[in-house]
Write a protein that binds this ligand. Structure first.
Ligand code: FPP
Length: 274
């Protein structure tokens, strides 16, 4: 094994495997700083196996474990996972309870792995809507990993992009009133300070599993210029090979942020003058 990334995965991936083949093609100098994931397809994974939906979520938690550890080994700055939206409360009570139980179990069992991999943990979303025991577990993991300096793992829990934007507006308006600031002086960076994600870079890459072409109220402000990658892989099947394939696709994209290619900057090129 030769490139640095392959060394980082020593013991996690097999020599000569498809994973190693993909990993070798990743350019370590052009990794996305922030990957955000809409984890979808747990229910379909379960129904294809005639299993209850909760079994799909349990298998999904394994994919979370794998993706978190791989992100740390890759040295990603941020990984943000959409675990529970404000709309998910509409699901059957037993499913909601099972999802919260899986989150608590993950935080209890994987805390050692988070620490070992220097991962810092936090959540975004309306914490006050969560049960006290979930909040306690979340708080414990956050405190226990607060001094870590590696990958920042953010789990979106009771999260809604629209609620986040409305709350930011309310808080910013309050601040303007307190400080006598003129609303016409508000900048994008003033606004961003009031988002749940304040201080995080915007996602470079947004991955959605299970083939659905929707953003489902996730990080609506922050994904303005994210590269979107949709894979048919169902979330419980999302492992290293799927993550590496997403990063490779990202590295093929050319990000222009609304600009043109440097070679097209010349106004004569734009006008079609030969
Ligand atoms: C979407 O699949 C998935 C969710 C709503 C929950 C994601 C939760 C986990 C992966 C497990 C626990 C999380 C952590 C952070 C440990 P779906 O049920 O909508 O699938 P479907 O569209 O096929 O029905």
């Amino acid at each position: 094994m030769s490139n640095n990334l392959v060394e980082e995965f020593e013991g996690l991936i097999d020599r000569g495997s498809k994973e190693e083949f993909l990993l070798r093609q990743i350019d370590p100098a052009r990794l996305p700083s922030h990957i955000a994931v809409i984890m979808d397809g747990n229910g379909r994974w379960a129904s294809r196996r005639s299993l209850p939906r909760v079994a799909g979520h349990r298998a999904g938690a394994e994919a979370v474990r794998s993706t978190v550890e791989s992100s740390a080994r890759l040295g990603l700055e941020c990984l943000t996972l959409y675990a529970f939206s404000t709309e998910n409360w509409k699901r059957p009570r037993l499913e909601v309870t099972a999802l919260m139980g899986l989150l608590k179990e993950f935080l209890r069992k994987e805390l050692a792995i988070l620490k070992k991999n220097n991962i810092r943990f936090q959540t975004i979303g309306r914490e006050e809507g969560l049960d006290a025991d979930v909040r306690r577990q979340v708080d414990h993991a956050r405190r226990e990993t607060a001094m870590n300096t590696g990958t920042l793992l953010t789990v979106a829990l009771n999260y809604s992009g629209r609620v986040e934007i409305i709350e930011a507006c309310r808080n910013l308006i309050d601040e303007c009133a307190r400080q006598g600031k003129n609303p016409s002086d508000i900048t994008e960076s003033d606004f961003e300070k009031y988002l749940f994600t304040a201080g995080l870079p915007d996602p470079d890459l947004l991955i959605r599993t299970s083939g659905e072409m929707r953003v489902s109220n996730f990080l609506l402000w922050q994904i303005a210029y994210s590269e979107i990658y949709v894979t048919d892989t169902l979330w419980p099947d999302f492992r290293q090979a799927a993550l590496f394939a997403a990063i490779l696709e990202y590295q093929k994209r050319e990000r222009r942020y609304g600009d043109v290619k440097p070679a097209e900057k010349d106004s004569r090129v734009a006008a079609g003058v030969k």
